[in-house]
Design a protein around this ligand. Structure first.
Ligand SMILES: *Cc1c(COP(=O)(O)O)cnc(C)c1O
Length: 426
């Protein structure tokens, strides 16, 4: 791409953008009296304008029907969760029966580890990324502990090499192979939350399976952000939250993938609940658990309809926009962000920032190490109505997303950084 770091160019790109009308389908927060430049869709996606009506419909049906809403609401609550798999197949690259929407992310990770971390004999190790999101670290350690094992011995973290922040794929492969017959499970993020690095999931699964280990992913920063082919890659299981790139509201309901090859296996141990039980017989209140032979067989509780209503409204926007088109725009938009940031470096004798995110393995998010005046730049961004994410001591994370961000957002973000650093030079 021949990008140019000018306002005219950014405006021209926005004009040409076939998805430009989607921005208007979201509420853009007002900061200091004007529409902000919202660059934290990786943390909490913005609210679609259709969400309020979707939630209000359920509140109205509850008011009008009471318990009868389970069967007579416009979207009957009894089967509400069944609306989701079809809406998610493109986004995660899975068959409908491999997907279920339930609970929240960390809960789902715990449930999946109950089924898929099955240490036996010396095959008791879990291989994961160093500095995984803390909730994931706690979840892994808690499983090792509840099996009577020692996390120090059983959890093998793959670290970045000296002087690097990202993890080399070869090092992941080597770690899995080195611990081959001791590895029970390989668990990675799809996209690292801090660096924005996209892992080579397809190959991580392949290598895991060659040593006889299972392989799962936490897709919190991947779902709705990058292309996924969970079924074809033979991923054993995955889970994600829906409030980041999937715009489904704070703490909203989570998503789960379980590969087809596992969903029929009623003997897989799991933490069971009535909502995972044979639907025809659920209300017979029988003693013996008979799991539904799809990912739904892992459900525990009946559908949390209010948060699901927000999720449904958000996924309908994705479906209308078409996920492949969103990915195409995303690549252009984040490519432009890389261009703008590198161009800023060229304005100074020494680079003023390092980019943590690998240019050959990224989604929407770019993590920037400010080599000087980081906090000053960040404070200026806030003053200029930019919402970005600051991590001590010197990292700014931003994620222009294709549904509601523009090339002009990216251009203006760059200009504020450049101006602030130039001002502090004088
Ligand atoms: C956002 C995020 C979480 C948050 O977990 P919740 O259970 O939704 O609070 C967990 N893990 C990762 C990798 C995340 O990015």
């Amino acid at each position: 791409m021949n990008y140019t770091n000018t306002l005219e160019y950014a405006k021209m790109m926005d004009e040409k953008d076939s998805l430009k009308s989607y921005r208007n389908k979201f509420y853009i927060p007002i900061v200091h009296g004007k529409e902000c430049i919202y660059l934290t869709g990786n943390s909490l996606g913005l609210q679609p304008k259709t969400t309020q009506d979707a939630v209000m419909d359920e509140l109205e049906d509850w008011a009008n029907y009471g318990v009868e809403g389970h069967l007579h609401a416009r979207n009957p609550w009894y089967s509400y969760h069944e609306l989701f798999p079809e809406l998610l197949t493109d986004i995660v690259g899975a068959k409908a029966e491999e997907i279920v929407v339930m609970n929240q992310l960390t809960v789902n990770l715990q449930l999946l580890l109950t089924t898929f971390y099955r240490p036996h004999g010396k095959r008791n190790k879990i291989i994961c990324e160093a500095k995984a999101f803390p909730s994931d670290q706690y979840a892994l350690a808690s499983h090792v502990l509840t099996r009577g094992l020692n996390p120090e011995a059983c959890i093998i973290e793959v670290h970045p090499r000296e002087g690097s922040q990202v993890i080399a794929h070869e090092d992941i492969v080597t770690a899995i192979q080195q611990h081959g017959d001791e590895t029970a499970l390989v668990l990675f993020g799809g996209v690292n939350y801090y660096t924005g690095q996209v892992f080579n999931m397809k190959d991580i699964v392949r290598v895991s399976h060659t040593v006889g280990a299972l392989c799962g992913f936490d897709l919190a920063h991947a779902a709705g952000n990058i292309e996924l082919e969970l079924h074809d890659w033979q991923v054993d299981f995955a889970c994600w939250c829906t409030y980041k790139y999937l715009n489904s509201g704070p703490g909203s309901v989570g998503g789960v993938f379980i590969h087809e090859k596992h969903i029929h296996n009623a003997s897989l141990p799991r933490l069971a609940g009535w909502w995972g039980h044979n639907k025809e017989r659920r209300f017979k209140m029988e003693k013996t658990f008979d799991p539904i032979p799809t990912a739904e067989g892992w459900q525990l509780s009946n559908a949390p309809v209010l948060s699901m209503a927000a999720h449904k409204a958000a996924l309908e926007v994705f479906r209308e926009a078409r996920f492949t088109d969103l990915i195409e725009k995303s690549k252009l938009l984040t490519g432009y962000l890389f261009h703008v940031l590198k161009d800023i470096n060229h304005h100074f004798p020494e680079p003023v920032m390092d980019l943590l995110t690998p240019e050959d393995a990224h989604g929407c998010q770019v993590s920037i190490v400010m080599k000087k005046d980081g906090k000053r730049v960040f404070d200026r961004l806030i003053k200029e109505s930019v919402i970005a994410d600051w991590r001590e001591p010197d990292v700014i994370r931003v994620a222009p997303v294709p549904l509601y961000n523009t090339f002009e957002d990216v251009y203006r973000f760059g200009t504020i950084i450049l101006q602030t650093l130039k001002d502090s030079d004088n």
